[in-house]
Ligand binder design. Structure first.
Ligand code: NDP
Ligand code: 8X3
Length: 260
């Protein structure tokens, strides 16, 4: 039986790379995001390249009514979800706390915490019924260590860390494996452009060191999901080799480009 994997936020970055990785391994996918045109294009590409089935669902994870409508009315072929990857998320802004924008704080808290919870509640219920499944939350190094101007984003990812731990306490005895991946900086994503509202100059944060790529994180997530059923990787923390912590980055130039 092919696995069915639901990936939120699969229109770009880590989610898109993860969709490609799981499709390459022969999994059928439910992919979500707000941008339907992208979801449709990705669906076409993955189905033709890998011969897997893909169901694109466009909704905003902050909209609890939309989440419920879309995920409780899945066609019967798609109801039996084996793996949920809670990836949709964002950082908005980079300011000292007194200068932060309230709308940015709301967007991060509503997406990274509430959106993840809305999706999880519905999918976990189905997994509990069959006493089987796996949920992988995309946390961050920011969920373990704060950095200046990261305040609310870091808080939202610390919340993801606490939710992952709590979910595992609630669900480990019900046959469900719960883990998270915690990457440091990751390029080949729209993360920095979103954080800095499309300001390319401010978003050029990877010019002087090699961060992880979205594909590195996708492979780590696949590794977590491909363990035998008696193994749960609880937290996979990874960073590019020039990053030693959120506040410690060797910015002396990109040392590992292409052929190095
Ligand atoms: P991207 O901006 O490239 O991708 C974010 C994805 O989330 C997109 O597919 C976007 O889709 C989706 N998304 C955002 N908001 C919503 C929403 N309200 N409803 C539905 N989907 C939404 O960033 P990344 O790939 O970097 O981010 C993915 C995850 O990885 C996030 O949780 C982020 O916090 C985390 N992360 C990122 C790191 C990095 O350095 N890049 C490091 C560590 C963790 P759409 O716009 O179509 O809705
Ligand atoms: C994304 C990595 O360091 O920008 O979670 O917070 S960081």
């Amino acid at each position: 039986m092919k696995k069915i994997v639901l990936i939120t936020g699969a229109t770009a970055g880590i989610g898109l790379a993860t969709a490609k990785q799981f499709a390459k391994k022969g999994c059928d996918l439910i992919i979500t995001g707000r941008r339907l045109d992208r979801l449709n294009n990705i669906t076409k590409k993955l189905t033709s390249k890998y011969g897997v089935k893909v169901l694109p669902l466009a909704f905003d994870v902050r909209d609890k009514k939309a989440v419920k409508e879309q995920l409780t009315k899945l066609p019967s072929k798609w109801k039996n979800i084996d793996v949920l990857i809670n990836n949709a998320g964002l950082a908005k802004g980079y300011s000292s706390i007194e200068n932060g924008k309230i709308e940015d704080w709301e967007a991060m808290i509503e997406t990274n915490i509430l959106g993840l919870l809305y999706v999880t509640k519905i999918i976990a219920k189905g997994m509990v019924k069959k006493q089987e499944g796996q949920i992988i939350n995309v946390c961050s190094s920011a969920g373990h260590e704060c950095y200046p101007n990261g305040n609310v984003y870091c808080a939202s990812k610390h919340a993801v860390d606490a939710i992952t731990k709590s979910m595992r306490l609630d669900l480990h005895s019900k046959g469900i494996r719960i883990g998270q991946v915690s990457p440091g900086h990751v390029e080949e994503t729209e993360f920095a452009m979103v954080r800095f509202d499309g300001d390319e100059k401010k978003a050029s944060i990877y010019d002087d060191f090699n961060p992880l790529t979205s594909k590195d994180v996708a492979k780590a997530i696949y590794f977590m999901s491909s363990q035998p059923k008696h193994v749960t990787i609880q937290d996979l923390v990874l960073m590019g080799s020039q990053q030693a912590g959120n506040n410690h980055i060797d910015r002396s130039g990109r040392k590992f480009d292409s052929k190095n």
